[in-house]
Write a protein that binds this ligand. Structure first.
Ligand code: FAD
Length: 306
C-alpha cells in the first residue's frame, strides 16, 4: 500500500529504519532485533542504501528477505548518485517484481575514494530527478499497484548542510513534491519546535503530502558525538545537554535520559497530529520497545484515531 494511503487509514504511523548488515554475525543480530520489533507492528520499515557500490546489493537482499520472510512492509531507500538511468530502471524492475510498493528517493552524497576522473553525476543531479524518473517508470509498467511506486523524499527541519539559505530549502523540497513525491521523511531532530516550524513552512509553500518525523534516541555519548560529527544538522537543545551532563557520563543513565527525551518528543508529536514517527533504530530494538512501552502503545495499530 502507498504510504500516503497508510497515513490516511491510520492517522499516525510508527515506522522503523534499518541498514543492511555487513556480515553474517550482524545479519543474525539484526534478525534477532527484528523479531523483537515485529510484534510492535510498524506501519512500514525502511532500509538504507549505501552511496558506495559494494553495499548496494545488500539493500535489495534485505528488502526482499523482509518482504518474503516477515510480516513487515519494507521500503527501500535508493540514491541516484553514481547511477545511470538504465541502472536505476533495472533496480526498479526488480523491486516491482518483488511486490515493493514504495521507494525513498534520495540524492545521496558523493562517496569517498571515487576514482579520479569518474563523475558521481551521470543521468541525475538531484533527488528531484530521481523522483521524476520513478514517476516515468510507473507509467505503463507491470506493478502490483496499478499506480506504481509511492515515492518518499527527505526533508530537513534544520536545513540541509549544502543549501545556501533557508528560503531555498523549501523551494527545493517543493520541487521534489512537484516531481511526484507523495510523502516526506525528515532528518532526525531533538527540538520539536524545529519540526513544527518546518511543517508550517511546508504548508506555506503549498506542500500537502504527509510529513513523517525522524526520531533517534541518544543511547550513548559516543552515539551523540557521531550524530554531531556526521553534521546531520542536529541542534542539541540546552535542556537535553544539561540532562546528559547530570549523568556524569554514566552509560546507563545517558541511555535513560536519551530514551526519555525521545519518548517525550514522540508523545508531543502525537499530540500535535504528526503524520508519523520514523525511528532510526540503528538495527537495535531496545530503545524503540521502551518508547512504545512508556507511551502505553502496544503496537502501531493503537495509534488509529488518537
Ligand atoms: P536533494 O533533495 O537533491 O538535495 C541535496 C542538496 O542539493 C540540497 O542542499 C538542496 O538544496 C540542493 N539542491 C536540490 N535541488 C537543487 C537545484 N535544482 N539546484 C541547486 N541545488 C539544488 N543517504 C544515503 O546515502 N543512503 C540513504 O539510505 C539515505 N537515507 C536518508 C533518509 C532520510 C530520511 C534522510 C533525511 C537522509 C538520507 N540520506 C541517505 C542522506 C541524503 O542522501 C543526504 O542528506 C544528501 O546529502 C541529500 O540527499 P537529498 O535526497 O535530500 O538530496
Amino acid at each position: 500500500m502507498h504510504i500516503a494511503d497508510i497515513v490516511k487509514l491510520q492517522g499516525s504511523t510508527f515506522s522503523f529504519e534499518f541498514f543492511p548488515p555487513k556480515s553474517d554475525t550482524m545479519a543474525a543480530d539484526l534478525f534477532q532485533n527484528i523479531s523483537e520489533l515485529a510484534p510492535l507492528k510498524p506501519s512500514f520499515v525502511s532500509v538504507t542504501y549505501g552511496a558506495g557500490g559494494s553495499t548496494r546489493e545488500m539493500t535489495h537482499e534485505l528488502v526482499v528477505k523482509l518482504r518474503t520472510t516477515t510480516p513487515l512492509d519494507p521500503i527501500p531507500h535508493l540514491t541516484c548518485v553514481c547511477h545511470s538511468r538504465a541502472e536505476i530502471e533495472g533496480i526498479l524492475e526488480r523491486y516491482a517484481a518483488a511486490g515493493i510498493s514504495n521507494i525513498m528517493a534520495l540524492r545521496g552524497d558523493v562517496p569517498r575514494g571515487l576514482p579520479e576522473g569518474e563523475s558521481a553525476w551521470k543521468d541525475f543531479r538531484y533527488a528531484a530527478d530521481l523522483v521524476k524518473c520513478i514517476r516515468e517508470f510507473n507509467v505503463g509498467r507491470a506493478h502490483p499497484d496499478r499506480r506504481g511506486f509511492g515515492v518518499g523524499v527527505a526533508g530537513y527541519p534544520e536545513g540541509h548542510a549544502e543549501t545556501p539559505n533557508r528560503l531555498l530549502e523549501l523551494d527545493r523540497l517543493k520541487a521534489k513534491i512537484d516531481a511526484g513525491a507523495d510523502f516526506i521523511v525528515t532528518q532526525l531532530f531533538f527540538d520539536n519546535r524545529d519540526f513544527y516550524d518546518f511543517r508550517s513552512r511546508c504548508e506555506l509553500a503549498g506542500i500537502r503530502v504527509p510529513i513523517i518525523a525522524g526520531v533517534m534516541p541518544i543511547t550513548s555519548l559516543a552515539g551523540m558525538q557521531r550524530m554531531a560529527d556526521l553534521a546531520l544538522g542536529s541542534r542539541f537543545p540546552a535542556p537535553l545537554i544539561r540532562a546528559i551532563n547530570r549523568t556524569g557520563g554514566d552509560a546507563d543513565a545517558v541511555k535513560r535520559v536519551g530514551v526519555h527525551w525521545a519518548t517525550e518528543q514522540c508523545r508531543d508529536l502525537l499530540d500535535h497530529g504528526v503524520a508519523g514517527v520514523h525511528f532510526y533504530t540503528l538495527n537495535r530494538s531496545t530503545a524503540t520497545r521502551e518508547i512504545y512501552a512508556t507511551l502505553g502503545v502496544r503496537d502501531s495499530q493503537d495509534l488509529r484515531g488518537v
